[in-house]
Design a protein around this ligand. Structure first.
Ligand SMILES: [Zn+2]
Ligand SMILES: [Zn+2]
Length: 86
């Protein structure tokens, strides 16, 4: 059995022909070695390594929450600064 010798992208985990890249580490993985994660409107494919590493799939949401908290803290700090100037 030869497979034509064409440039086939191989799965980074098992070596079979890959079906697409992981959304986090960008390694090519096959359908059996990725997990589909629906985050809001989009659906992401994560390789099993990343899916296990980020056992909490809420990490993007945590990130967003921290980001919003940082903005809120900044606004509050500016408000306090303006109040102190008066
Ligand atoms: Zn695979
Ligand atoms: Zn990955």
């Amino acid at each position: 059995m030869t497979d034509g010798g064409g440039p086939v992208t191989r799965c980074a985990l098992c070596g079979r022909p890959a079906s697409g890249p992981c959304a986090r580490c960008r390694r090519s993985v096959c359908a059996d070695c990725c997990e589909l994660t629906s985050g809001g409107a989009a659906t992401f494919a994560l390789c099993l390594t990343c899916a296990r590493a980020g056992s909490s799939l809420r990490r993007p949401w945590l990130h967003l929450t921290l980001w919003l908290l940082a903005i809120t803290a900044g606004v509050v700090a500016v408000g306090l600064g303006l109040a102190a100037l008066r």
